[in-house]
Write a protein that binds this ligand. Structure first.
Ligand SMILES: Cc1cc2nc3c(=O)[nH]c(=O)nc-3n(C[C@H](O)[C@H](O)[C@H](O)COP(=O)(O)OP(=O)(O)OC[C@H]3O[C@@H](n4cnc5c(N)ncnc54)[C@H](O)[C@@H]3O)c2cc1C
Length: 433
């Protein structure tokens, strides 16, 4: 047994960890248990969707082979433990890139499918699952199933965004998109109200592929932030910036993120971006994955870890609900280094439990201060529920069952596809087993 935690480091329960390396042996290996098991990629989910306390984890990063790549069509076949970073670095020099990636590229293909992750370009390219052409799923009864949007489409819709509960994804075929190179034309625009944020978002969707905003939730009395947008550039002849990897070397005895540190940090970050305003060329890695060079940054929150809270509410309720969420957070005197606000486009999600829906999404980190934090999050839940929104299971460690059921109306349909040999902390909490 080994202690394993997820990115939020709220706890580190014991698991029986079995490393998967050979796709040929997988059906036999899964069939022999011990049950219940759960696939575990890079553990970049924040809560308990990737944990299976006191039970088995099937570690997938050993399934790391590239199988085929056609540089005329951009079709890539790889095993499910391959990292998105390694795909980008292999295919970019050949003129292809993943159409959708999350805010870190240190995640596996299997994890990206199981949470149907989104990036900064949802309004244009939707979620990761929209670019999966086929996947191979092994069930714990030893059967293997091939599915895709046009083949056993119901299994595909259950597995994309299926939180690892339908089987273990072994291999996937991904459609990449052509790009001129690694550069983006980017722009940072400070804003001073939520209305200004929504106006910038509306005016940017037509011409800017990537949009995301950082907001200062410690600014008393009003909302301010920095709207960042980017689009592919054909710039050539520039050198990739040298990146220095840093590491948070230890877990401090208390969280370094608190009201004392947040206020000056947010002030500094806002002023820095106010000075930097204007267009510039940026390499895709610092723009898409700003935290990937600070290894183990999650240790900053100290031994009790932190909660991430990501909601989405429909467009018509977006302004009022976001105001209410920020007001509640300010009232509680809590804040977040990484408060991210962004709009999602009108797209039919590929998975029964895919998180994105048209509207506005807000993501925040809160140091774990026990009951005080949980009661704030419960008050935020009430606002999200009232606005007919939902929370992102990939980030969740505590949402109540009622909120999950209200936010995911296709849940009863999804349950038919669950693998009885698979369970997770999240599934036991929200589905009863
Ligand atoms: C800094 C940071 C930024 C992030 N930004 C974003 C963002 O912008 N957008 C976004 O959507 N997410 C974001 N995330 C969340 C992250 O992208 C997802 O949690 C992702 O799914 C993690 O992948 P993983 O390989 O670490 O999987 P894990 O966290 O290990 O597992 C996630 C889920 O996938 C399942 N799973 C893993 N592998 C397989 C497999 N082979 N077969 C079946 N199921 C499998 C697991 O059982 C679990 O349910 C961010 C996370 C971090 C730390």
């Amino acid at each position: 047994m080994r202690q394993v935690s997820s990115w939020g480091r709220l706890d580190a329960p014991a698991h029986r960890v079995i490393r998967l390396t050979d796709p040929e042996r997988l059906p036999e290996q899964l069939r022999s248990g011990p049950f219940p098991g759960l696939a575990y990629g890079m553990g970049r989910s924040y809560g308990d969707v990737c944990l299976n306390p006191d039970n088995t984890l099937w570690e997938t990063t050993g399934l790391d082979h590239f199988v085929a790549f056609d540089d005329h069509s951009g079709l890539l076949v790889c095993e499910a433990g391959v990292l998105l970073r390694d795909i980008q670095r292999l295919t970019l020099p050949r003129g292809w890139m993943l159409p959708v990636t999350p805010g870190t590229q240190l995640v596996t293909v299997g994890g990206a499918i199981a949470n149907d992750v989104h990036g900064k370009n949802h309004h244009l390219h939707g979620t990761f699952g929209e670019h999966v052409r086929r996947l191979t799923l092994v069930r714990t009864d030893g059967t293997t199933l091939e599915c895709g949007p046009d083949q056993q489409a119901d299994w595909f819709a259950a597995t994309v965004g299926g939180l690892g509960l339908t089987g273990v994804i072994v291999r996937a075929e991904l459609q990449l998109r052509r790009v001129a190179g690694p550069w983006l034309e980017t722009e940072a625009l400070p804003f001073e109200s939520l209305e200004a944020f929504f106006s910038l978002a509306d005016h940017s969707v037509a011409d800017w592929e990537h949009t995301v905003s950082w907001i200062d939730c410690m600014a008393s009395g009003h909302t301010r932030g920095v709207f960042m947008r980017g689009r592919p550039s054909a710039a050539e002849g520039r050198r990739r910036p040298r990146t220095r990897m840093l590491r948070m070397p230890f877990v401090p005895p208390v969280s370094l993120v608190n009201a004392l540190s947040l206020r000056p940090f947010n002030q500094f970050y806002y002023l820095l971006n106010t000075r930097r305003r204007g267009r510039t060329l940026t390499h895709y890695e610092p723009f898409f994955y700003p935290l990937d060079n600070l290894l183990d940054w999650n240790r900053m929150y100290g031994p009790r870890g932190f909660y991430q809270y990501q909601s989405v509410v429909p467009q018509d309720a977006g302004l009022e609900a976001t105001k209410a969420l920020l007001a509640e957070i300010a009232r509680a005197g809590e804040g977040s280094f990484l408060a991210v606000l962004k709009t999602f486009g009108e797209r039919e999600p590929p998975g029964m439990l895919s998180f994105p829906q048209a509207g506005v999404t807000l993501a925040l980190d809160f140091p774990n201060r026990g009951e005080r934090t949980r009661s704030l999050l419960a008050r935020l839940d009430a606002i999200v529920l009232e606005a007919r929104g939902r929370l992102y299971p990939a980030k969740d460690a505590r949402m109540p069952r009622t909120l999950f059921e209200a936010g995911y109306p296709r849940l009863p349909e999804f349950l038919h596809y669950r693998d009885p040999g698979i369970s997770s902390g999240l599934s036991r909490r929200l589905l009863g087993h």
